[in-house]
Write a protein that binds this ligand. Sequence first.
Ligand code: NAD
Length: 499
Amino acid sequence: MQELTHFIDGAMTKGTSGRFSDVFNPATGEVQAKLPIATKDEVDDVVASAAKAQVAWGNTNPQRRARVMMAMVGLMNRDMDKLAEALSREHGKTLPDAKGDLQRGLEVIEYCIGAPQMLKGEYTDGAGPGIDIFSMRQPVGVVAAIMPFNFPAMMPLWHVGPALVCGNSVVLKPSERDPSVPLMLAELFIEAGLPAGCFQVVNGDKDAVDALLDNETIGGVSFVGSTPIAQYIYARATANGKRAQCFGGAKNHMIVMPDADMDQAADALIGAGFGAAGERCMAISVAVPVGDETADRLVEALVPRIEKLRVAPYTDGDDVDYGPVVTAEAKKRILSLIDKGVEEGATLVVDNRDFSLQGYENGFFVGPHLFDHVTPDMEIYKQEIFGPVLATVRAKTYEDALKLAMDHEYGNGTAIFTRDGDTARDFAHRVNIGMVGINVPIPVPLAYHTFGGWKKSMFGDLNQHGPDSFKFYTRTKTVTSRWPSGIKEGGEFNFKAMD
Ligand code: NAD
């Protein structure tokens, strides 16, 4: 049995707690590795050595820090296949999906190469007699990143890249479900030229997270995961005087207007609803057709597409649509929510509750499910299912559809499919949700924009990646200087051309 490690001071390092958690292969259901679970003392030691390393790193000029990012891009591309394989083996997603996970992370590392431009600061010349003002962006110091299982490469990279290039040390606590790729990325950063100690990976559970939240040296906390934990982490981190950005769960609605291209809308829903087994925070889990006729046409277009979906392990080739969900508990929870939906009176149009894959009977596979006639009072509408389950809620009018999306407690992403520019514009303008797609089902902004939801999908002020990440991972210091002699005699400007 493989025994995984932490990554401390530039090397894979065994845990000392004697406690381990199981890392599964979700396709077979077998335990494939043991992961050390850190104690509070181990976490405190890791933070202390990250703080030591930060001093020189924070004083390294931004170009040099950016060069580490540049080298990292090359190394990740070199190792792409190896990283993707390790990712699929622990997470269960298909290889093309795993490469997408890595690629979207890599794009933020590419964005970080522009750090010298982002960190330039501001200057006012002559704010008063002999007075100049300048502001600089300085690192926060040591920051913590506590990450979810569903994008084990992309999510850490979205935080580690900007944090490092801004001159911080980072302590990453990856998900205990799929920690191998974060550990491999830490090793690659060292090969890219990052000094040891600046990027530490500490594995653990609530105890390790609480140790990070209570550690006085940690100046900032980035969290991505489910909403109850996001809320808890935000409260505890900020009560301890730290800056925090905590991204939570989602229930993303896609409005389908009567004038939408129905084939395009149905294809989009298949990818956005069932891709990665529905385990994406930007997955569409609610389809909202406007009008009964639209709803009937949509369901008719969806059913044959869903029946064609190929659910299999990532090793079965690139035409696999999606793989297993992450754990046996996740599978159990998804199936029990489907039962609840039936109990509550929704119509289960595609029912795969007895789905099983020959040769992989112990794997955590869940077949695709489609519900129609779901209503807002049902649990399958209220809760984030995080599985391959699409719920159809029929709306009478556009206003009803908009209200539905607005009234839901989550506000991560949403989409509208229509050919009408007026409706699309109105929707994008009025909806109280952080990321909006117009004929785009999963509107994940690119690295140079920012990513974040509203309402219970985000606690804090600054989003992930883009310019916000440079603000989150730096503190502004503003210097006002006065040199009382002002402009020296004879030192006035000479504006004559060619002089
Ligand atoms: P999770 O909340 O279970 O775990 C996230 C992290 O928190 C893990 O590192 C875990 O070890 C830690 N953790 C879990 N319980 C804790 C506790 N009681 N105290 C302290 N730490 C704890 O989330 P998950 O299942 O790994 O990820 C799926 C969730 O993440 C979904 O809700 C999804 O929507 C969300 N997500 C959100 C975004 C976003 O940007 N909004 C992106 C990706 C995933």
